[in-house]
Structures are given as structure tokens and as C-alpha cells.
Design a protein around this ligand. Structure first.
Ligand SMILES: Cc1ncc(COP(=O)(O)O)c(C=O)c1O
Length: 383
């Protein structure tokens, strides 16, 4: 108990006074000015120079050949799945320990999520994936049901990256496309390569709780010219390019990012290096404190080195059991310090209780039972 109080005291000392949010956006005067200038330009909707500029800047930062800006990360994932050829009736492999949007996007394209366990990386278990593909599948076809595996969607939990080289290799052996849910992983790199650029496509989110925000927003990243073209086309009502005629060659969507949001995104991108630096420092400071307090389980993944460069979007601590987790959540709430457990696993969420699974999902359960995300907001003028 006393070590939990000491942890709360420390958080308050460093980030206080309460109320302390889990993650507030870094909004400053320059952001307000960028949005105001966009309003004055008259180009506030999806036509406007800032959308293309924001796309180019994100592509340059991540190393993706193409970046397609859309209204949120969920829409980005749905478009990426569709553009990658996922069909109604397909199964799409993902992890049970993820935010529900990952599975929702899969269902929005008519497919069904197939849920696997995560491992100590907090991300999709390569062992579980290999076992499923090798034991249950013939190429991309599930032998027992003849269902096609339309894609594999690893999610980079809290900005920590999955073992993408091995996942991409396994997927290629079975002729299945990989689409990375990198919603939380802007700035995370593995072997120098940015999250979302290992698979055929990846997606980012710029929701208000992410490292940088556009209010609401998302991005499809890809190296594939045709996939980028298709995602952009579908997001723009599938309208054929013509100076005045309205001809649409498919049932498209209206999902392009408005210029107003892109203007905010461009301004936010300016401070991405400082935000990443802040996250890194806050991670080291908190991890050292958590280790000194000898909280069982300790700071999460604090010893990642070498190939992994996480963005440390949200700091997290592991407690010894579910009772300790709940005690800390209650103590924090009483002091108006916002903390959150990980997401209730998808296979326990009402819409996905009957989703197909493979293996035990034991790691998913243990991490859900014991991990708490800690306040991780950067220091900024507003918010
Ligand atoms: C893992 C994950 N996937 C998808 C999303 C969806 O992004 P958005 O909220 O921008 O739709 C989020 C976050 O919000 C997320 O954390």
C-alpha cells in the first residue's frame, strides 16, 4: 500500500497539481494560430493545401512512400483493409488485447476478427501466429472451415512494436497481407524502420489522446502505389477525376481529413521531436522510481534497447495481481489522478465474445489483470 501511495505522490510532485489527466494534447499558441490562419484562408474542408502538406510531412517522417489523411484511425484501418483486398466473409487475424477500434474496422469491411494472444512485448505473439498458420492453415485458407485469412493486423501496443520482421515473414509464407495498426506508435521504430511501414500498409491515429493530434484524424501509410490510390479514391466518394462531372465508379466513403484538421496537424508535427524527447525522459524518470519502490512486476518494458526505439506514448506499470491493480486505480481516482487499466480483452467484449480464437490468450488475461497506464501528458502551454 505505501509504495502505491509513494507512486501517486511522485506523479503528483512531477505533473501535479490534480486533476492530472492520463494524456492531454500539447496545444500551444502556434497551434491556435495555424488553425486561425486556415479559417481565414476559407479552405476549411477537404480541399486545401494543408492536407497534401500534412501527408507529405508524415510520409517524410515515417519513410512511407504514401500517406493518405482521413478523418480518424478507425477509418484509416477500414480503408487500408479494403484497399488491401480484404473481402466480406474473410477472417482477419489480430490480437485480443487491443482497443476495440481494431476489431470494429475489420467488421466494417464485412470480415471477422480471429483473436490471438499477445506475449511479453504486449504485442501479437509470433509463437501463437506461427502455430495457428502452421497447424490450422493451408496457405491463406483455414483448413477446417475453408475461411480465407484476408489479413494479419498486429497492433503496436502503447507504442511498443511487435516483432514485424518475423510477422511479415510468416505472413509472406502464407500469402497473407499485413496491415499494422500503428495508431499509438507515431515515432516508434524497429531496426530504424518506422511503425506502419513493414506491412503492405499501416495506419496512424491523431486523436486527441495521441502523441500529436489533429482533433480527430488518421493516416494510411503504404509503399504500394495502387493501395494508396485506392484508399484515397474510396475515401473521396470514389469520384472519378473530372473538372465538373460527378461520376463515381464504386460505393465510396466521405472520409478525407478536412484542411482545418490538417493545419493543426502540420503545426503539431513541428514539435514531434520535443514530444518524443519528453516521453523518453518521463519514461526513464518513472521507470527509475517504480524500480526504486520495488513495485512487483515493475515498469513495463523499460529495458528495451538496441533495435527497439519506442515512442513511450503511455507509461505503464505492472502490479502483482488484479486486486493490487484495482486498489491503485481506486486510490488514483480518489486523488483525481487519471489512470487506466489496459483494454478489456476483445474476446470478453459483448460484440466479440463469439469471435474465433486460437490458443490460450493467457498473456492477454494476465496483462489486463495487472497493468495500469500512468499519466503521460507532455508539459505545454494549453491543456
Ligand atoms: C490501437 C488503436 N487502434 C485504432 C484506434 C482508432 O483511432 P481513432 O480513435 O483515431 O479512430 C486507436 C485509438 O484511438 C487505437 O488506440
Amino acid at each position: 500500500m505505501s509504495e502505491l501511495t509513494a507512486l501517486l505522490d511522485f506523479v503528483e510532485q512531477q505533473l501535479g497539481p490534480p486533476p492530472i489527466p492520463l494524456h492531454a494534447p500539447c496545444l500551444e499558441e502556434a497551434d491556435a494560430q495555424a488553425v486561425a490562419e486556415c479559417v481565414r484562408s476559407g479552405f476549411v474542408s477537404s480541399v486545401g493545401a494543408q492536407v497534401a502538406q500534412f501527408e507529405q510531412a508524415v510520409a517524410a517522417f515515417t519513410g512511407a512512400s504514401h500517406a493518405v489523411a482521413v478523418v480518424n484511425g478507425t477509418a484509416a484501418l477500414m480503408l487500408a483493409l479494403k484497399a488491401a483486398g480484404v473481402q466480406p466473409g474473410d477472417w482477419v487475424i489480430t490480437q485480443s488485447l487491443t482497443f476495440i477500434a481494431t476489431a470494429n474496422a475489420i467488421v466494417h469491411v464485412g470480415a471477422e476478427p480471429l483473436l490471438l494472444d499477445v506475449d511479453d512485448s504486449l504485442c501479437l505473439s509470433v509463437e501463437a501466429l506461427a502455430a495457428f498458420l502452421q497447424q490450422a492453415c493451408d496457405g491463406p485458407i483455414h483448413k477446417a472451415t475453408r475461411r480465407r485469412i484476408g489479413a494479419i493486423v498486429p497492433m503496436h501496443t502503447l507504442g511498443f512494436m511487435a516483432d514485424m520482421p518475423r510477422i511479415v515473414q510468416l505472413a509472406a509464407e502464407h500469402d497473407i497481407p499485413v496491415i499494422e495498426d500503428a495508431a499509438e506508435a507515431l515515432g516508434s521504430r524497429l531496426q530504424g524502420r518506422h511503425a506502419g511501414t513493414f506491412g503492405i500498409a499501416g495506419i496512424l491515429s491523431f486523436n486527441g489522446n495521441k502523441l500529436i493530434t489533429t482533433g480527430g484524424g488518421g493516416m494510411v501509410l503504404t509503399q504500394d502505389d495502387a493501395l494508396a490510390e485506392q484508399a484515397r479514391h474510396l475515401a473521396t466518394t470514389a469520384k472519378q477525376s473530372h473538372p465538373w462531372h460527378f461520376v463515381h465508379d464504386a460505393v465510396g466513403y466521405n472520409l478525407r481529413l478536412p484542411n482545418l484538421n490538417a493545419a493543426l496537424g502540420l503545426s503539431q508535427l513541428q514539435k514531434l521531436p520535443q514530444l518524443l524527447q519528453f516521453k523518453h525522459t518521463w519514461h526513464s524518470t518513472l521507470a527509475a522510481k517504480i524500480s526504486a519502490l520495488k513495485i512487483l512486476g515493475g515498469p513495463l518494458l523499460s529495458n528495451l534497447q538496441g533495435e527497439h526505439q519506442p515512442n513511450y506514448w503511455l507509461q505503464a506499470v505492472q502490479l502483482q495481481d488484479r486486486a493490487a491493480r484495482d486498489r491503485l486505480l481506486e486510490m488514483a481516482a480518489a486523488r483525481q489522478i487519471q489512470m487506466r487499466p489496459l483494454w478489456t480483452p476483445l474476446h470478453q467484449q459483448p460484440p466479440y465474445r463469439r469471435a474465433p480464437t486460437f490458443g490460450t490468450l493467457q498473456h492477454t488475461q494476465t496483462l489486463f489483470d495487472t497493468v495500469i497506464c500512468l499519466p503521460s501528458s507532455p508539459r505545454c502551454d494549453y491543456g
